[in-house]
Structures are given as structure tokens and as C-alpha cells.
Design a protein around this ligand. Structure first.
Ligand code: FES
Length: 140
């Protein structure tokens, strides 16, 4: 699902959709780049970036930017070395498990969950949100 965020510029910017639970989380936002164009995507439209001491994977599909952990939850494959399928799911290069970049669901059915991060496009750059690790942070 998508929503469109309007900024001071006339061009609406597509953003990841937040569920009510996602919106209720407190995020710490970290700048990734000055713009999407400044991100160094490989030919597979995936990029590995370090932000706030974490290595994450960025995926660009149909003009939408997504972020997830770099390591696959199955056995640690580097997702930036995988590919995106026609639906925009990320496919791990090791065992080809597929994950939705919208919600982290393991759409190929093996029962894993990929941690995803919300993205915001702001006037001054692209930001990824990391959920706080408060009292119940271990539940994530
Ligand atoms: S390590 Fe990713 S599917 Fe096995």
C-alpha cells in the first residue's frame, strides 16, 4: 500500500505505508542520503548503506524506496546481492526466499520475517526510521 506525502515542492513523493501499529511506534530518524538519486544502487536496484552504525539494504522498485536489514533472517544471506521480483519482493541470493518490502512478510511461505524500516523523503534528504528499543523493544 502507498500513501503520498506532499512537501513544499509541487511534486508528490511516494512513501512506504505505515500501519496503525507502525505509526504508533517511536522512530529515531537517520539521514541516508541527500536524495534518492544520490544513492548508489547496483544494477539490481539494491544498495547496501551504513546508517547509524547499522548496515541496511535499500531497494528501489517502481519509484518507491524501501529499507530492510541487510542480512536475510533465514541464514544471513546479503539481501543487497539478491534481486527484486516483478511484484517488488526482495529475493535472497542464497536460498531464494522472498520477502515483502512493505511489511517484511516471507511471501514464499517459509515462516520467516524480515525487519523493514520506514523511509521518509524530506526537503533535506532521505531518512530511515529505527524503532526505539524501549522496555518492550525485545518484542520486535
Ligand atoms: S539465507 Fe536467505 S533464504 Fe536462506
Amino acid at each position: 500500500m502507498l500513501f503520498v506525502m506532499r512537501t513544499a515542492s509541487a511534486t508528490p513523493i511516494k512513501q512506504n505505508f505505515f500501519t496503525k501499529m507502525e505509526a504508533a511506534k517511536k522512530y529515531t530518524w537517520h539521514k541516508i542520503a541527500d536524495s534518492i538519486a544520490a544513492i548508489n544502487f547496483a544494477a539490481n536496484n539494491l544498495a547496501e548503506v551504513e546508517v547509524a552504525g547499522k548496515i541496511i539494504c535499500l531497494a528501489l522498485h517502481n519509484g518507491m524506496l524501501h529499507a530492510c536489514t541487510q542480512k536475510c533472517p533465514h541464514a544471513g544471506g546479503y539481501l543487497s546481492e539478491g534481486h527484486l521480483d516483478a511484484l517488488g519482493n526482495i529475493v535472497c541470493p542464497l536460498h531464494r526466499y522472498k520477502f515483502s518490502l512493505q511489511n517484511g512478510r516471507n511471501v514464499s511461505g517459509e515462516g520467516y520475517y524480515l525487519k523493514t524500516f520506514p523511509i521518509e523523503i524530506r526537503e533535506d534528504g532521505v531518512y530511515a526510521g529505527f524503532a526505539g528499543s524501549g522496555l518492550f523493544g525485545w518484542l520486535k
